[in-house]
Ligand binder design. Structure first.
Ligand code: ACO
Length: 325
């Protein structure tokens, strides 16, 4: 039987022009560059301009990916876009990308798993490709978290930023073994008992407003270190690989301390962990594809390298995927 693998073809990203340094918050909040960078690793983040929407960011990232791969939008069969900050309640933000990149048919939809959204989206793209339903999928993470921040809450507003990243996956025949290129395995989880430690206090069916982010940071931190390690191990196990096989860890960029502790659990030195949190802040579902695209554009990945991506966010929802580049 033919096995189809979802193999990475190209990626791209987009960051809004406006850069907000930590020091900017010192004017309005009881905070400091020192506190923010020592607790989180964040030094700056990008904010979308007035009127700039999540779809604008997503379209720019998608076009960058196509340009990097020398591809045309008509080659894409499906767009899966992970976001917690869609342009509108409906339609999906993904259909705007579908039109903007010139897809002639196929389909597009959004996925909502907050910061874990990109990992969930990659797993769905993999399932669609493996089943033979589609050949080429554009997977995007795009967010404008600056739109849902309470700028009087120093515990959350300094953490997040805006951006988008895109990864094109294409079907390629494989053997089914761990030597194949492509998405080798994914591990997805959620636990709705923890909705109250990380949430947005609005929505169409409750308040009729978009709401703002609330987070019990220390609680989320504790879950993150344990659950990311469990998901990463489960994904590696399912791929038939172990920790020693990982060439690159590309974690969700929420907090440098979470990344350092998780990497230590895997015995992976920090030189093999892609870190962009200092320049992007936490861009939720966009953080992994942004990190992937930045590292790829610097030529850090070689074909055949094993990448471990992992993320946790509101839900709680968390997961990991193993990709042979
Ligand atoms: N500047 C100065 N002081 C601050 C700031 C700030 N920006 N923010 C909080 N503090 C204060 C708090 O008020 C508290 O003061 P108190 O002791 O007088 O009450 C003190 O610093 C310690 O607060 P903690 O929240 O306990 O600080 P902690 O060391 O845990 O760091 C942080 C906070 C950075 C948020 C951390 O907990 C964290 O990164 N958590 C994980 C976040 C995460 O991973 N999120 C991922 C998912 S995001 C998503 O899904 C949308």
């Amino acid at each position: 039987m033919t096995i189809y693998r979802a193999v990475p073809v190209c990626c791209g990203h987009y960051l809004p022009e406006r850069v907000v340094e930590n020091a900017e918050f010192e004017a309005t909040l009881d905070t400091s560059d020192e506190w923010i960078s020592s607790r989180t690793g964040i030094k700056r983040r990008h904010y979308a301009a007035e009127g700039e929407k999540t779809s604008d960011l997503a379209i720019a990232a998608a076009k960058a990916a196509l340009a990097n791969g020398g591809m045309d939008g008509s080659e894409i069969d499906a767009v899966i876009l992970a976001t917690a900050t869609p342009d509108q309640t409906f339609p999906s933000t993904a259909v705007r990308v579908q039109t903007a990149i010139g897809m002639k048919g196929g389909f597009a939809f959004d996925i909502q798993a907050v910061c874990a959204g990109f990992v969930f989206a990659v797993a769905q793209a993999d399932a669609l490709i493996r089943s033979g339903q589609v050949r080429t999928v554009m997977v995007i993470g795009a967010e404008t978290f600056s739109r849902i921040l309470d700028f009087t809450d120093r515990g959350t507003c300094v953490l997040f930023g805006d951006g988008a990243g895109a990864l094109v996956l294409r079907a390629q025949e494989g053997t089914g073994g761990s030597e194949d290129r492509g998405i080798l395995a994914a591990n997805l989880n959620s636990d709705g008992r923890y909705t109250d430690i990380l949430y947005v206090d609005g929505g169409p069916s409750s308040t009729g407003t978009a709401g703002v982010v609330h987070m019990a940071g220390r609680e989320v931190f504790k879950h993150a270190v344990v659950k990311l390690a469990q998901a990463g191990e489960a994904a590696l196990d399912a791929a038939g690989l172990d920790k020693g096989d990982v060439d690159w860890m590309v974690p969700h960029q929420a907090n440098l301390r979470i990344m350092t502790q998780t990497a230590a659990k895997f015995g992976i030195p920090m030189e093999k962990v892609v870190v962009t949190v200092q320049d992007h802040g936490n861009t939720s579902a966009a953080s992994i594809p942004l990190a992937l695209s930045c590292a790829a554009s610097e030529g850090r990945f070689s074909p055949g390298d094993v990448l471990l991506i992992e993320a946790i966010g509101g839900g709680l929802a968390w997961g990991a995927a193993v990709i042979r580049w």
